[in-house]
Design a binder for this molecule. Structure first.
Ligand SMILES: C[S@@+](CC[C@H](N)C(=O)[O-])C[C@H]1O[C@@H](n2cnc3c(N)ncnc32)[C@H](O)[C@@H]1O
Ligand SMILES: Nc1nc2[nH]cc(C(=O)O)c2c(=O)[nH]1
Ligand code: SF4
Ligand SMILES: [Mg+2]
Length: 215
């Protein structure tokens, strides 16, 4: 169908992650994902959802009068109409971010959008899906994220940081512990010991609300 997207939820909350962590943000969560990361906290968005028009989604977002809008999922870029949704959110004047697995082409995403590209680690069990061609499209408005499941994942992430000069390409490089799979304080200690040019982050929404859907 034209101009529709399959949507799991639209909600207003504090952004729990990335460079806008702590800022009130509307989340638009798109349904469906071709990956199956072993840690996925959003598996409820793999199926179901409601087909909605872009106009309908834009109208609900406007009702919250937000400054920040985050398009997430599921995997947003698995739906072709994610691209016009992102454009229209930017045209409406919001500061827009996109959370993507990095398994799909980001090159056609509006560059006004801050693209948060998750480079999947071996511990995610989806490392083979990384589309490394995306890295050349990154700008200082974009963010690269590693969700770390173990010391081995940390060492792998450091090697990718160096290999692709990620600090020089993206505005932010984020290291996040996979929830309850690696000690957050160990990860923090490793980053300091290695003097890494990355930002450690925790998922604020899990500290606040224990990952209830729609928060
Ligand atoms: C649910 S995904 C949706 C967007 C896209 N599919 C992706 O993977 O980036 C949003 C972010 O949450 C992260 N995430 C999911 N489960 C997590 C967990 N248990 N601990 C930490 N981060 C997690 C993902 O790695 C991703 O960066
Ligand atoms: N508050 C809040 N912040 C978030 N940042 C990323 C989220 C996600 O599930 O992708 C998320 C979420 O679900 N809730
Ligand atoms: S790519 Fe994102 S939504 Fe899909 S399984 Fe992995 S974390 Fe979950
Ligand atoms: Mg969540």
């Amino acid at each position: 169908m034209q101009d529709t997207l399959r949507i799991t939820e639209v909600f207003y909350s504090l952004q729990g992650e990335t460079r806008t962590a702590g800022l009130p943000t509307v989340f638009v969560r798109l349904t469906g994902c071709p990956l199956r990361c072993q840690y996925c906290d959003s598996a409820y968005a793999f199926s179901g959802g409601t087909l909605r028009t872009l106009d309908d989604i834009l109208e609900q977002v406007a009702g919250f009068r937000p400054r920040y809008v985050c398009v997430t999922g599921g995997e947003p870029l698995a739906q072709p109409n994610a691209l016009p949704l992102l454009e229209r959110l930017c045209d409406a004047g919001y500061e827009v971010s996109l959370e993507t697995s990095g398994a799909l082409d980001i090159s056609r995403v509006d560059t006004r959008v801050s693209r948060v590209v998750d480079l999947k680690t071996p511990g995610s069990e989806e490392v083979h899906r990384n589309r490394y061609e995306n890295i050349e499209h990154l700008t200082s408005n974009d963010q690269v994220k590693f969700v770390i499941c173990s010391r081995e994942d940390y060492d792998w992430a450091v090697s990718k940081l160096i290999q692709y000069n990620l600090e020089g390409r993206a505005g932010e490089v984020l290291f996040s512990p996979s929830h309850h799979q690696v000690s957050a304080s160990d990860l923090a200690d490793w980053i300091v010991a290695d003097n890494l040019p990355v930002r450690f982050q925790l998922q604020l929404h899990k500290l606040l609300w224990n990952d209830e859907p729609g928060r």
